[in-house]
Ligand binder design. Structure first.
Ligand SMILES: [Zn+2]
Length: 268
């Protein structure tokens, strides 16, 4: 599933192609990917120019020249791809935005993603702080409110925005914190270390253009490279890169969780 680094990479690769460009035509193949349902996307997008593209959590937020805002969420398997108008359609292409000379296509086989229209007067979102600019006391306050395992607390988008299974596992390893540690029991020192390790992990992943495990690719169709640098994620039974102990995998809240039983003892 695309997380913060992958979504940031998609934003970075969309910008040069789309900023200042006018949407010539909208082709929607599946109306149920649009929220609110029944919204006339074509009428509101056609003829508008893309003024900015930003990332908020795992959302790709577009602002139009008229000031209206909408966002695309890639869900589990969503992809935004820049391509020529004559390129053959891949299955599960739900939306095509035509620009002069090229298209942007949104495909999403598993359909957890979609497009959300916010308009001009957007409500404030209920998402937690952006991890790359988050300060330790902010995280500490949020963790102090929950008796859940730290792994589950960090996956909650209202606690921190943009993290998912990969980067939570990697950040906890980097901080030496066991994924089952109770969130509110972490010391200030542990929260400091965790805040720092989340930032380091995300920055390195952005530098490597994200992780490609199955189907993630940026807007130019390029795969990421960070999966080669994973320390624990998807490495069950392989030796820890730091201490050679086999990496363990457990299932926590329905999600697979990877950790080194020797390097991640803090909080247990
Ligand atoms: Zn280890």
């Amino acid at each position: 599933m695309p997380e913060l680094p992958e979504v940031q990479t998609v934003v970075t690769t969309l910008r040069p192609a789309l900023l200042g460009r006018k949407i010539a035509k909208v082709m929607l193949n599946r109306a149920d990917i649009v929220s609110p349902s029944g919204f006339d996307l074509s009428r509101h997008l056609t003829g508008q120019t893309i003024a900015s593209i930003e990332r908020r959590a795992k959302r790709i937020v577009f602002t139009l020249s008229g000031g209206e805002v909408f966002y695309i969420h890639l869900g589990m398997s969503g992809r935004l791809t820049i391509c020529g108008p004559d390129e053959p359609l891949t299955p599960h292409t739900h939306l095509r935005l035509h620009f002069p000379g090229f298209e942007v296509r949104f495909s999403d086989p598993r359909r957890f993603g979609g497009i959300w229209w916010l308009g001009i007067d957007q409500q404030e979102d209920k998402l937690g702080p952006e991890p790359l600019s988050m300060r330790p006391p902010t995280l500490a306050r949020r963790l102090a409110r929950t008796g859940r395992a730290i792994k589950n607390a960090l996956l909650d988008q209202s606690v921190v925005a943009g993290l998912g299974n990969i980067y939570v596992d990697e950040s906890l390893f980097e901080a030496g914190i066991h994924p089952l540690s109770i969130a509110r029991d972490l010391s200030d020192q542990q929260v400091n270390r965790l805040t720092r390790s989340i930032k380091t992990t995300l920055r390195q992943a952005i530098k490597s253009k994200g992780s490609t495990l199955r189907d993630y690719a940026d807007a130019n169709g390029q795969a990421g490279g960070f999966q080669k640098l994973h320390r624990v994620y998807n490495r069950a039974a392989k030796p820890c890169r730091r201490c050679k102990t086999p990496i363990e995998r457990i299932v926590l809240g329905g999600r697979s969780t990877h950790f080194c039983p020797k390097c991640q003892v803090d909080g247990r």
